[in-house]
Each structure stands twice: as C-alpha cells, then as structure tokens.
Design a protein around this ligand. Structure first.
Ligand SMILES: *[C@@H]1O[C@H](CO)[C@@H](O)[C@H](O)[C@H]1NC(C)=O
Ligand SMILES: *[C@@H]1O[C@H](CO)[C@@H](O)[C@H](O)[C@H]1NC(C)=O
Ligand SMILES: *[C@@H]1O[C@H](CO)[C@@H](O)[C@H](O)[C@H]1NC(C)=O
Ligand SMILES: *[C@@H]1O[C@H](CO)[C@@H](O)[C@H](O)[C@H]1NC(C)=O
Ligand SMILES: *[C@@H]1O[C@H](CO)[C@@H](O)[C@H](O)[C@H]1NC(C)=O
Ligand SMILES: *[C@@H]1O[C@H](CO)[C@@H](O)[C@H](O)[C@H]1NC(C)=O
Ligand SMILES: *[C@@H]1O[C@H](CO)[C@@H](O)[C@H](O)[C@H]1NC(C)=O
Length: 795
C-alpha cells in the first residue's frame, strides 16, 4: 500500500476526519474508484465542508465536527502505525480469495462511469395528500399513515381493536370472544389498534377537538393499556379475558389515575419510556427520515419538499435545506447513514454497476405493518433509550430486513432512475409481518381469515407485486427477474408466490431439495398446510411451495444474518483478546426443546440438536474430548457466548426451526464451522469455496462426529483457520451508521488499553472497514448475474 494512502486511511480510522468513510478505504490501484488519490479527496471534501449553507449538512456524515491539529494528528498516526492492524488486501486476487467463479474479479475490474446528478421530480398529488400523508413526487401518489386512505389520504382506513363497539370502546366486557391482544378495556386508537386509559381518568386519552385538522394528534396520548386487562368490572363481576384487579387499573391509586401508581402496566410501545410510560422518546423509522421528517412508529411524515419512505428525496425546485433536524435533534446523527445517490453535486464522483432502484412501497405492504407494532422492539434493529440514546435491539432474528433497506437506500449502487436500473429492490415488511400477524384481525393477508403466517407473508408479497405491476412498467419489463425480494423468515423463500419466484430471492435458508415440505415445530408457520380461499383458485400450495424449491443456487443467494458488532466483541478479529488459544475442541450452545411434551415429533432442528445432545452424554463429549454441547444450563454460570466461540476450534452449525445463524457465529469468531444439515446450503455457499474453511458432516454420520473431527490434522486445521481470517468479513454487515460507529469506538478503546503493544491478530485488519463485507458481496454477485437477469439466458 502506498505510504500516503496508508496515512490517510489510518487517520480516518481513529480521528474520523474523513467526511465520507468510504473514501478512507483502500482500493487497488487498477480499480481506484475515484481516479484520484485518497489524499486529494480528503482535502476536496474538507473544502466543501467549509462552505456555508446547504452543503454542510450532507457532509456531516463522518464527524467532521472534529477540529484537528496537525501535530496531535501526527502523534496519533505514529502511534497507530506502531500498534496497528495488518494491511488490508488490495489486489483483486487478494480481495477475491476463496470466491468461486469470476463474480468477484469481474466486479472489481469493471470500468467506472461518472455519477450523474440526481434526477428530480415534481408530480403533484391529489389535494396535497390532505396534509396528512406524504406526496411521492416521482409517482404522483399519496402515501398515507395508518388510519388514513383514499387517493388523497382523506378517507378513514381504520384498524379497530378486537370486539370494539361505539366510541372506540369495547362492545361489552362480558362478551367472551376469541382471545386477542387488542381487546381493550380503555379507549382504542383505532388507527393502529392500540389501547390507552380511557377519557375520564386522569391519565386517559384525550382526542383532538372535533373539527381539528385531519391528522391532529390527541391532546393527551394517555397511558397505554396494552396487555393490561381487568379481571373484573367495577361491580366485581368476572371479565373472562382479563386478569388484573380492577382497582389496580381504574382505582384512585391505579395505573390510569395515580401520578405514582402502585401497579404498573407494561410500557412497550416505541417512543415511550420511564416508569409511568410518559417519557417521550424518538421513534424508529428507516434511516430516521433522513432528518427531513417526523417519525411516527415507522411512518416518516416528511417536511414540505421532501419525500420517500425515508424522506431522503428532494422535490424538484426545492433548493434550501429547511426542515433539517440534524441540529435540532443531535441524537439522529448517530443512526443516520449518508445517502450517496442524492449527493448534489456528487461527492462520490464515480459509480459502478449494478444500478439498483429502491421502490417506495405503498404503506399497506410496508409502513402500515411497522405502525401496527405493539412492541417497540419488533421489526427494528435499533431503538432510542432514555435521553434518546441509540441502542441495538437485543434480539430480532429478522433484523436483516430493516438493515438491508437502509443499506440499499444509502448504497453507492442506488440509482434514482428506474430506466437505467439493473435491479429493483422491493422493501416490503414481510419479516415484520411475522411479528404483527395474528394479534388483531388486521393485518391479515387476506384480511378475513387467520391462515398460517406463511400464507399471510406469501399473500402480502403477491399483493405488493400486483400493485407494482399495475403501477409501473418495470416488473413486467424483464418478467420480474430483476426484482430482489428478501425472505428473512425461518424457512426462507420456500413458500413465496410463484409469480415472484423468477426474481432474486435473498434468504438465510438454502434448502435445495424438491419437492419439499415444512419442517417447523411451530404449527402457525407450517407452509405445507392446505388452504383454500376465494382470492386464489384451488389450494395455495399449488401456487407456492409445490411450484418451486426453497432456494435455487443459480439465481438466489443465501445471505448472512445481521449481527451487531457487540455480538462478536470477544472475537480475535475485534482485537479484544490478543492471540487466541482455542482450548475447547468443539462447541455448540442453543435451544434443544427436549423438555417432555415440548416437541413430541422431534421436528425442531430435524432432531439433529436433540440426537447430538444424547450422544454428547452417552459418549462423554465434555469429559473425554473437551466438546461443550448443550443449552444454557449445560454451560458454566459465567458463560459468555462470544468468548466460547473464540476459544473453540470447531463450532457446530445446526438448523433451528429452519435457519439458525450459526455459520455466521462461527466464522465471525474464527471458529471452523462444522455444518450438519443435508441439502441445505449455508450463507454464500454457492459463491465461496466453503470446503476450504468448513467441515460438512452428513446427518447419517452423527455417531461418528468425534471420530471425523479427530481425524482432521493440525495442519488442515491451521489452513482452515488461516482461510477464515481472510474471508470472515464477508459474513458481517458494516455499512449502517450504528455498526460503523461501534467498531470504531471498540478499536479506539482497544488502542487506549494496549497502547503500542496491541497485538495484530490476523484478520483484524478488516475490523473497521466495510470493504467486501456481506453487503458488498451481495452487490458483487448481483453484478455478475446481470446478463442472465437481463437477457433471460441460462447460466
Ligand atoms: C509507518 O511505519 C512505516 C515503517 O516504520 C514507515 O515506513 C511509514 O512511513 C509509516 N507511515 C506513516 C503514515 O507514518
Ligand atoms: C401541503 O401539505 C404540507 C403538509 O404535509 C404543508 O406543509 C404544505 O404547506 C402544503 N402545501 C400546500 C401547497 O398546500
Ligand atoms: C354483548 O353482550 C350483551 C349482553 O349479553 C349483548 O346484548 C350484546 O349484543 C353483546 N355484544 C356483542 C358485540 O356481542
Ligand atoms: C427525544 O426525542 C423526542 C422526539 O423527537 C423529543 O420529544 C424529546 O424531547 C427528546 N428527548 C430528549 C431528552 O432530548
Ligand atoms: C403484469 O402485468 C402484465 C400487463 O398487465 C400482465 O400481462 C402480467 O400477467 C402481469 N404479471 C403478473 C405476474 O401478474
Ligand atoms: C404441516 O401440515 C401438513 C398437512 O396437515 C402435515 O402433514 C404436516 O405434518 C405438518 N407439518 C408440520 C411440520 O407440522
Ligand atoms: C434422548 O434421550 C432421552 C432420555 O433417554 C430420550 O427420552 C429421548 O428420546 C432421546 N432423544 C433422542 C432424539 O434421541
């Protein structure tokens, strides 16, 4: 690496001086995406930054707040240079290590094209969307928040609570209907089916006065009454669907009346916190409405002149940055990722294919589902805590859905011009639907039945596709082959509607056998249950799972699950533990579901985890071989998952209900994956030389696991470990702002702790660079697929 390039890169790592982080990343000379040295670019951007007015905001992305001092910087750089990470791979050959075929090199060696100015649109919307919705000026369509509909958002589009009568109150507490989460003892916000303390109580909801403008918020939101239902009425008569003593809710010392109530109902709605649920917090929206709108439970209400699901698009003719919240709401800058496609003038002057157009999707299939959440932690990967501090959501298995949406929106490969698009990303909230489905009558797809969640998800995608196909020419143009659909759920794309199947299916579940049937242990997800409905002729199975396999290695991709950096904080790649000693021979910790009666047919994990557990006991794995296997209670009390993975030579990759992100866990910790699931591919298996850094054992060979692993020589083990060091970064996503900030903080902290003696663990050079990360890998593969997708030729 050229010395001056190294200098600027190191500078960026620690000081965060670069305005656009990507500029800091090393690029091979032949494929330098900017055509000028990084050095020049940094100065160029600083110059921009000195401009007053409009441009400053767009340049805020990477902490240009830092004032710097030449001497201090020099000292820092010297220090880093002594205790630094290893150099990054640069040449195409190095970067494409262990990739199969030519997808990686083809991408890296393509010629760059100049980035054009963004395209601006100015189509008006009917009646300005009544001041309630957001006008998409490209489509000329109003996108309305939950509760509002019609072409101008003036029509009610309600989501009543279960068994709601007049006045948004329950139709009779003593009528026992089917149990529902939205049975409401207070007053219902029937835009989204959320229950609050009723009017007349001190902390009850007070609606906006009659005649107030459409969309006016309530005068008092009220304390939530979600999952908090009385066991009796005032007179003591039993209410079948409740359990809480009446006085605890409605009494003078109760939740709805007392300033400091003795009994507290749950406070789980996004945007509320504190012991009485009265602390107002920022809510979560895609890319936080780009600072150009008000976030309402996932719906961005954009300020005048801005539009898009993330308010990231500027209406033609709008020149000022009015409505910019970066300064008014400083907490937003920690979670907002810079959008390259809207740079004007382009600060990233060149671009490479593929060009990807990100649809704005009708709320029915996207933001409505977000707004129907009753748990703040559903459907998102982050939230705002006390004082609006950003935190990761503890666990959301499908978090790749919001992550990929933001990554596509902010990507250098995004185009605002569908004419030139090589691909179309369809951001429907299908993973989110799984959290929301079945709690209330709406949304269900179709709306009048309660089928399996799989049926609902397939119908939602089908309806979204029909809307796209009826509204734009793009779906029909290439037979839908260039449309990218994400299927984050447990059994991936096994049951998608056959009309969308020609598209690119991204999922975590690479099951290849056909015909196939659901293997879920959760009956609500059984996609093999027959279902007839007037909206489709015959059995839905004929349109879905019986029509295609779960995964087609030629046109689809198994992508890694999203893991926040703290998940692998003890990994040697995070620099945190120094040189690793892997004293545990093999490791697995996870759900076993072996309690009597829990899973009588032993379906979960195809019974692999359970059979292995019994083997581990029979063969004394821990005592004789240092193999740690089991669920949480089989581990030590001070057990730390990340540390265990870092200390293990082999880690088992076993299915869960469908996919389980164990390949990611192993690789991110430098542990050699031992994959046991026949005819199921793991992440990137069709595009990487998986054999060079993993072991596969057949389901029929479980008895011989120890024997097989022991037969692997120390040299083979060393080779596989060396290989993982060079590819692990392809299995994690770094592009979103929060992840980037976290890894930088961790690196800095590590340096402070170790000063000059910080060990250079092999592989840790990738720690803070998003070069060739999981998202880049997806993009590189999409590039390679372009000719097949465009011309419908076979591979
Ligand atoms: C880092 O150290 C190397 C070797 O000591 C030296 O050649 C190089 O110039 C240094 N780089 C910077 C940016 O100081
Ligand atoms: C359109 O509605 C927005 C609110 O969504 C409002 O700020 C704006 O002034 C309205 N414009 C016109 C021309 O009525
Ligand atoms: C609820 O029960 C009352 C009294 O039995 C009855 O009059 C009313 O029709 C019921 N309402 C509903 C919505 O079932
Ligand atoms: C957090 O954000 C909300 C919504 O923007 C705001 O009303 C509130 O004042 C903020 N809280 C703090 C402590 O800044
Ligand atoms: C898309 O629309 C075209 C034109 O209306 C129609 O011929 C085609 O069948 C539609 N495709 C699907 C999958 O519905
Ligand atoms: C799913 O439903 C089908 C049809 O009823 C049944 O045969 C199958 O055993 C079920 N599968 C699971 C995993 O429960
Ligand atoms: C595991 O062993 C227990 C106890 O002997 C037995 O009940 C269970 O069926 C075994 N499970 C499997 C999957 O072998």
């Amino acid at each position: 690496m050229a010395a001056d390039k190294m200098f600027w890169r190191l500078l960026c790592l620690v000081v965060g001086l670069c305005i656009v982080w990507r500029l800091c990343e090393p690029v091979a000379p032949a494929i330098d995406r900017h055509g000028v040295s990084s050095h020049n670019l940094v100065e160029h951007d600083l110059a921009f930054n000195r401009l007053d007015g409009g441009f400053v905001r767009k340049l805020l992305q990477d902490e240009d707040e830092e004032h710097f001092d030449e001497r201090l910087l020099r000292e820092l750089v010297d220090k880093i240079n002594r205790s630094s990470l290893n150099p990054m791979p640069e040449t195409a050959e190095e970067r494409c290590f262990l990739t199969r075929g030519s997808w990686c090199t083809q991408y890296l060696t393509q010629a760059a094209e100049p980035r054009l100015l963004p395209t601006y649109f100015d189509k008006p919307c009917p009646r300005n969307c009544s001041g309630v919705g957001v006008c998409n000026h490209e489509y000329g369509l109003c996108f309305c928040p939950a509760g509002y509909g019609g072409e101008d958002c003036s029509q009610p589009r309600k989501r009543p609570c279960h068994h709601m009568g007049t006045g948004k109150r329950d139709a009779g507490w003593h009528n026992l209907t089917a149990w529902s989460h939205t049975r409401c003892a207070g007053v219902c916000d029937d835009d989204v089916a959320m229950c609050y303390c009723p009017p007349g109580t001190k902390y009850g909801r007070i609606e906006a006065p009659p005649g107030a403008a459409l969309g006016t918020p309530p005068l008092q939101q009220g304390r939530p009454l979600f999952m908090c239902t009385p066991g009796t009425d005032e007179a003591g008569r039993k209410v079948e669907w409740g359990g809480t003593p009446y006085q605890d809710i409605f009494g003078p010392e109760g939740w709805c009346n007392a300033e400091k109530p003795a009994f507290k109902c749950p406070c789980r709605l996004d945007g509320l916190g504190g012991s009485t649920c009265s602390e107002i917090r920022e809510q979560v929206c895609v890319n936080q409405c780009s600072g150009h709108g008000q976030c309402n439970q996932g719906f961005c209400k954009c300020y005048e002149g801005w539009y898009g699901m993330d308010c990231g698009l500027r209406r033609a003719g709008k020149v000022d940055e009015e409505g910019d919240e970066m300064l008014a709401k400083p907490w937003i800058s920690d979670v907002m990722t810079h959008v390259v496609a809207t740079e004007d003038p382009p600060m990233t002057p060149e671009r490479r294919r593929p060009y990807i157009y990100v649809y704005d999707i009708k709320p029915d299939f996207s933001t409505d589902i977000m707004q129907y959440r009753i748990e703040g932690s559903h459907c998102v990967y982050r939230s705002f805590e006390k004082a609006n501090k950003s935190v990761w959501v503890g666990y959301n298995a499908y978090s790749v859905e919001p992550v990929l949406h933001e990554l596509f929106l902010t990507s250098e490969h995004r185009t605002l011009n569908p004419e030139e698009a090589d691909y179309f990303y369809v951001p429907v909230s299908v993973g989110c639907l799984f959290d929301v489905y079945g709690w209330n009558e709406i949304p269900r797809w179709p709306r009048n039945i309660l089928g399996t969640r799989s049926h609902g998800a397939a119908m939602l995608q089908r309806e979204a596709m029909r809307w796209l196909n009826a509204t734009f020419p793009w779906f029909a143009r290439r037979g839908g082959r260039d449309h990218i659909w994400l299927n984050p759920h447990d059994e991936g794309a096994c049951y998608v509607w056959k009309d969308i199947w020609p598209g690119v299916m991204l999922s975590h579940w690479g099951r290849t056998d056909f015909p196939h049937a659901s293997n879920t242990a959760y009956s609500q997800d059984n996609y093999s249950l027959p279902l007839h409905h007037p909206l489709h002729p015959g059995d839905w199975l004929e349109h879905t799972s019986k029509a295609h396999p779960c995964f087609d290695p030629e046109k689809d991709l198994v992508i890694p699950a999203f893991k926040q950096p703290s998940h692998y904080r003890k990994s040697p790649y995070m620099g945190m533990v120094g040189p690793v000693t892997r004293t545990i021979f093999a490791f697995f910790q996870g759900d076993l579901r072996m309690e009597p009666g829990r899973d009588p047919a032993c379906r979960y994990s195809r019974c692999i985890r359970q059979r292995m557990y019994n083997l581990s006991k029979d063969q004394l794995w821990k005592e004789k071989y240092d193999i740690w296997y089991g669920d949480r209670k089989d581990m030590d009390s001070n057990f730390d998952y990340s540390e265990m993975l870092s200390r293990s030579t082999f880690c088992f990759v076993l299915p869960g209900d469908g996919w389980s992100p164990r390949l990611e866990d192993s690789v991110l910790h430098g542990c050699i994956p031992v994959i046991i699931m026949d005819q199921v591919q793991v992440a990137f298996e069709n595009i990487m030389d998986m054999d060079q850094f993993s072991v596969r054992i057949g389901e029929g060979e479980l008895d011989r696991i120890v024997e097989i692993l022991q037969a692997i020589s120390p040299e083979q083990i060393q080779t596989m470990q060396d290989n993982i060091n060079k590819v692990w970064h392809r299995f994690r996503y770094l592009g979103i702002r929060m992840a980037t900030l976290e890894v930088r903080q961790r690196l800095q902290q590590y340096r402070e702790n170790h000063d000059e003696d910080a060990p250079k663990n092999p592989g840790s050079e990738h720690m803070v660079s998003r070069q060739d990360d999981a998202f880049d890998t997806i993009i590189q593969w999409l590039h390679y697929r372009m000719p097949f997708v465009h011309k419908a030729t076979k591979q």
